[in-house]
Design a protein around this ligand. Structure first.
Ligand code: CU
Length: 364
């Protein structure tokens, strides 16, 4: 009973710790260029197949473990294999030996018959029991570890995960920043920080799903009307893929998961970019491929945007989101424009924005 109380309570503990860690306005120093940021934080839009679907490359937990839990899961599996492999192989060897050694030699000898052998029976009962114990104890310890709050819970990145037919929405609990699908409807990756525990509190909007990223060693049902949770500490930089692992309807096969693990500097920058995202929508509407991009209108919207703050982070966020939107939308079929035309327009409009920004920033 105590254990269940513990398990249920830790996610709330995690939530409250998470909300304390709200970041202040960060002025990114020595930040990478806008294009580098776009590529680093949105790897999927640069890796689409001929049908414009993200290239799946789900790495597995044994060859590419990328979290503490994944490493434990992989080593526990190899250990279990070492224990149970002899039980699979030895009986076959004994059987082959007996078939050969005690074959009928056509010399009229009668086979020996005997019943009961206490010593033998005790041995063949005791050995499997010991093997079972040898498997159970470490497996139990690992399962226990996965259920309990992580070490360093107060540093954890707490994310609410919502499954829906057929995509994922994420919300960083600390500052209520949400991500999901971008302007072109492409699933956005969950960005996590290396060496910082991630706690996912998960639920569903419609039917049951499952959040599965093998390289994190995590697979958990995402159930409507209930919260399930997992934690792991990503320990490798890079992009890690997964897939919904609960048959949830027609689009189940394309309900993929993407996660990008970045260093702490990049994670800070990312959160800063997210913080200003909603404010960039009006400017995006002026700069989108089909828009007229009137210079006067743009100047007034940029001025409004800068009224709320003109720090380096806020300016970078504006440039970043326009670039990201263009990068993404160029890789989806547009009604009248080819990808190349969209990209070309993107370059021109980003230059237009840079010019307006430069004017607005130098004006005051
Ligand atoms: Cu599914």
């Amino acid at each position: 009973m105590r254990r269940f109380a513990l398990v249920f309570s830790w996610m709330f503990v995690a939530m409250s710790f998470g909300s304390v860690a709200t970041g202040a306005e960060v002025a990114p120093s020595a930040t990478p260029s806008v294009d580098t940021l776009v590529k680093t934080l949105n790897p999927d839009i640069f890796a689409l197949d001929a049908n414009q679907r993200p290239v799946h490359a789900i790495t597995n937990v044994f060859t590419s473990p990328a979290s503490d839990i994944a490493r434990d899961v992989a080593s526990n599996n190899w250990y279990n294999l070492a224990i149970y492999l002899p039980f699979l192989i030895l009986p076959q060897l004994v059987l082959l030996f007996a078939i050969y050694r005690f074959r009928d030699r056509k010399d009229g000898r009668k086979p020996a018959t005997f019943t009961g052998n206490h010593t033998l029976e005790i041995v063949w009962t005791a050995i499997p029991c010991l093997a079972l114990l040898a498997v159970v104890v470490p497996a139990w310890k690992l399962l226990w570890k996965m259920e309990l709050p992580p070490a360093g819970i107060e540093r954890a990145v707490v994310v609410e995960v919502r499954g829906k037919e057929f995509a994922w929405d994420y919300k960083y609990q600390a500052d209520n920043l949400s991500i999901g699908q971008d302007v072109a409807g492409i699933q956005e990756p969950l960005v996590l920080e290396k060496d910082r525990p991630a706690i996912l509190n998960m639920t569903s909007n419609d039917v049951n799903h499952a959040w599965w990223v093998p390289s994190f060693g995590v697979k958990k049902d995402v159930i409507i009307g209930r919260y399930t949770n997992v934690w792991f500490t990503p320990d490798t930089l890079g992009v890690f893929k997964g897939q919904c692992a609960e048959l949830c309807g027609q689009g189940h096969g394309i309900m993929w998961i993407s996660s990008v693990v970045v260093d702490s500097e990049m994670f800070k920058t990312y959160r800063e970019l997210l913080r200003h995202r909603n404010d960039t929508v009006k400017i995006w509407n002026l700069l989108a491929p089909a828009a007229v991009a009137d210079d006067k209108e743009l100047e007034s919207q940029v001025a409004k945007y800068l009224e709320k703050g003109r720090g380096a982070g806020r300016v970078l966020a504006l440039k970043y989101w326009i670039a990201t939107n263009y990068a993404s939308i160029a890789r989806r079929h547009q009604p009248d424009l080819t990808s190349a035309q969209v990209l070309e327009r993107g370059v021109a409009r980003r230059a237009q924005l840079d010019a307006v920004l430069a004017r607005s920033l130098s004006a005051n």
